[in-house]
Design a protein around this ligand. Structure first.
Ligand code: MFK
Length: 218
């Protein structure tokens, strides 16, 4: 059974977290994002800079102090995030810690998503921390981007499921420190199975393609 998908209908299900049309985030989430952004820069410097031992020691001591300070607070419950999403200013909260798109998660590249009709579009840049072959992105990191991208595309159907199978075809090496763009869409739905396809480009160059089968919840 194939079901047609209507982009305008899909867009109302999900607020994309990094959509440029969204109002700026302020307060605690803005500070979380700022901290994550600075941490990304620290990671980049750690992986590329020829830093002297004394400065590395000083940086580690400083971060150790910060880690103890941040760790002194009680853990937030996931439910707090979900409750936050009920307020207009905190609607990003549910996905802000995603490892791929989360602006409050320093391990995210981050991948920026926007919905364009039935196509989900993404932009990202891999830093040195994502290196696989010299100068190129790690294949596992590329797969993770596709899992998120296709995963979001299937979520927009309002039949959100989990990744069952993700197949990647790596066409050419994906460069680091380069603006990349990607796209995904739902190809068809058959029972609980949602079939998605996606592509990743550096400029006009097709770097990788993905096919994903997602299984909607019973
Ligand atoms: C807020 C939203 C934001 C989303 C963005 C983030 C996206 C991130 C997505 C993820 O990373 S999800 C995490 C990675 N995935 C997993 O951990 C899934 C682990 N696997 C499972 O939980 C189950 O194996 C799964 C739900 C995928 C399937 O189990 P079921 O018991 O529901 O499947 P079942 O055995 O009933 O089979 C139903 C149909 O699906 C087929 N099928 C089962 N497993 C499959 C599979 N793995 N791949 C493809 N097809 C599969 C199966 O052949 C069958 O086809 P037919 O109906 O035609 O007979």
């Amino acid at each position: 059974m194939n079901e047609p998908l209507d982009g305008s209908a899909l867009s109302q299900y999900f607020l994309l977290p990094t959509d440029a049309s969204e109002a700026p985030v302020t307060g605690i989430w803005a500070e979380r994002r700022r901290l994550a952004s600075i941490m990304r820069t620290v990671i980049e410097h750690l992986t590329v800079a020829d830093t002297p031992e004394s400065e590395l020691r000083e940086a580690a001591d400083t971060l150790q102090h910060l880690a103890a300070q941040l760790g002194a607070h009680p853990r937030r419950r996931k439910r707090d995030d979900i409750a936050d999403t009920a307020t207009p200013m905190d609607k990003h909260a549910l996905i802000d810690f995603s490892p791929l798109i989360g602006l409050s998660n320093p391990i995210s590249p981050p991948l920026e998503l926007t919905l364009d009709g039935n196509t989900l579009r993404g932009r990202l840049r891999f830093g040195t921390a994502y290196e696989g072959p010299p100068g190129c992105a790690h294949g596992g990191c590329i797969a993770a981007v596709f899992d998120e991208l296709l995963g979001y595309a299937q979520s927009l159907t309002s039949l959100p499921g989990m990744t069952g199978t993700l197949t990647i075809r790596y066409r050419v090496p994906t460069p680091l420190h380069t603006e990349l763009h990607c796209e995904a869409r739902v190809q068809r739905i058959s029972g609980r199975k949602i079939f998605c396809v996606g592509r990743l480009y550096a400029g006009e160059t097709l770097c990788a393609e993905a096919d994903g089968v997602f299984l909607a919840s019973r």
